[in-house]
Design a protein around this ligand. Structure first.
Ligand SMILES: Cc1cc2nc3c(=O)[nH]c(=O)nc-3n(C[C@H](O)[C@H](O)[C@H](O)COP(=O)(O)OP(=O)(O)OC[C@H]3O[C@@H](n4cnc5c(N)ncnc54)[C@H](O)[C@@H]3O)c2cc1C
Length: 444
């Protein structure tokens, strides 16, 4: 993609996904602000920008997490998306999540935490929650819904556009992106990586940033790190865990006869519904497909040849081993089964009249991808060698674009960056492992 690969450079970012590109771009701006240049940064990708999860994600940007330190990071992510929403294909349509009464106290907590970090949201309960939904989607079947959180600044990014936009920002600031350059190993001197070995030659460097998505465990092992960890919790409990667990992400698209719009003829907010006590029933057979409902969807315009929505559900655990190559839609082993389409369309039909009987409208195509999750399913952002910084987002990707901005500050500064500190590796040893929520989803 760019000229000849250098033999020596200041910063090597490995992986041209959302995190590698965001970090490289922000680092270039930080260096420029100090009279230096982005020329000292290269991004290496064994395939090319967007070849990993970042090229196939749904792109939803939300702040609906029980893990409160995430809320502060998300504010930075929205700043990044809105820096140039056109270049990144960011649609700031908002994010609406709906739950049953048993989630009301969690939603209240979330709402307060979001307010504390300046992430505006509105909370509706009881009849107010139902009428809020009906105002946007008049055909919403609100039985069972008792609480709604409306995050006003969230939305979704067009995944391809986001990668194209971030790549361009990198190039605009002098960063060189090399496609088809695979990192094969690391030479270390006194624990520091002195040289990165690639298929086209070795590169001496001062600092390495890993933005490797599902390939993170492979490089973790290359750097000689342990594949299991003891995770200590605040209550003193200690649990031996695999360092990395792969999950299959499920998403798909459903065509609609009429464009998917709100009653006010706007692009609707991303919708996320989790009803823990509401089973999903197959409308054809009456069979129970799941004992709870968890679904999200949004306008699918970027990827579809005619109007439709793109959505997903809870990922499926694979385990500590998985095949990363080929990746994504090219790997037949990890595509969503037809049962996923049954579930998605049944759940959508249970929630809105317009999606009743929409199974035949499901777009049949490869739609899977895997991700590497951390021991507590919460990101790890930390130095894993004196000069190697790892961004392991535990599949929170598009919501975490702001991490690149924060990591860039960390790399040029002399102080820790407060927002990143809770996500350090030391949390597992120090009893700060993040806990589980009462959701069925691994993201807490
Ligand atoms: C189906 C699906 C739907 C999703 N939906 C959402 C969503 O709605 N919202 C959200 O926030 N997140 C979503 N995610 C998660 C999100 O996409 C990921 O968390 C995020 O894209 C990870 O970004 P990354 O930059 O860490 O890694 P990736 O985008 O995976 O990039 C890693 C890059 O590293 C390169 N690479 C690997 N090995 C090497 C090597 N040895 N040398 C050089 N390069 C190498 C790869 O080619 C790849 O391009 C989804 C994920 C999937 C799979």
């Amino acid at each position: 993609m760019s000229s000849t690969i250098p033999t020596s450079v200041g910063h090597i970012v490995i992986g041209a996904g959302i995190h590698g590109l965001s970090t490289a771009w922000h680092l270039a701006m930080e260096l420029e602000a100090r009279g230096k240049s982005g020329n000292d940064i290269i991004v290496l990708d064994k395939t090319g920008p967007g070849a990993g999860a970042s090229g196939i994600a749904c792109g939803c940007v939300r702040n609906l997490y029980m893990t409160e330190p995430i809320h502060a990071i998300l504010r930075h992510s929205v700043d990044v998306w809105t820096y140039d929403p056109v270049a990144f294909g960011f649609q700031q349509v908002g994010y609406v999540s709906a739950g049953e009464a048993n989630q009301a106290s969690d939603y209240e907590k979330l709402h307060r935490s979001q307010a504390r970090v300046g992430y505006p949201s509105e909370l509706y309960q009881g009849m107010e929650a139902k009428s809020f939904l009906k105002k946007i989607w008049p055909d919403f079947k609100t039985d069972g819904i008792d609480v709604v959180l409306h995050e006003k600044v969230s939305g979704y990014a067009g995944t391809r556009q986001a990668i194209a936009g971030l790549s361009q920002k990198c190039r605009d600031h002098g960063v060189r992106i090399f496609s088809g350059v695979e990192v094969l190993g690391y030479d270390t001197t006194s624990g520091r990586v002195s040289r990165v070995r690639t298929n086209v030659g070795d590169i001496a460097c001062e600092v390495v940033v890993l933005g490797l998505g599902a390939w993170t465990p492979k490089h973790w092992a290359m750097l000689g790190k342990a594949m299991a960890i003891e995770a200590r919790y605040a209550d003193g409990q200690a649990v031996r865990k695999d360092m990395w667990t792969y999950w299959r992400l499920l998403e798909g698209e459903v065509y609609v006869d009429q464009p998917y719009r709100t009653a006010q003829d706007l692009d609707p907010p991303v919708l996320h519904v989790e009803l823990m006590n509401t089973p999903v029933i197959d409308p054809q057979t009456g069979k129970m497909l799941a004992d709870h409902l968890y679904v999200y969807w949004k306008n699918g315009a970027e990827r579809m040849d005619r109007p439709g929505v793109q959505g997903g559900s809870i990922p499926i655990k694979i385990g500590p081993q998985a095949v990363t190559d080929p990746y994504g839609h090219d790997n037949a082993e990890y595509q969503a089964e037809p049962e996923f389409a049954d579930y998605l369309t049944a759940a959508m039909g249970q929630l809105m009249n317009r999606f009743e009987g929409s199974r035949k409208q499901f777009r049949e195509r490869p739609n899977g991808g895997i991700g590497a999750f951390t021991p507590d399913n919460v990101p790890i952002f930390d130095w894993i060698a004196p000069n190697v910084y790892m961004i392991a987002d535990s599949n929170h990707g598009f919501k975490m674009t702001g991490v690149g901005k924060l990591v860039a500050k960390l790399l040029v500064g002399s102080q820790p960056v407060a927002e990143l500190t809770p996500f350090g590796l030391d949390r597992f040893a120090n009893g700060r492992t993040f806990g589980a929520s009462n959701s069925h989803c691994p993201w807490v």
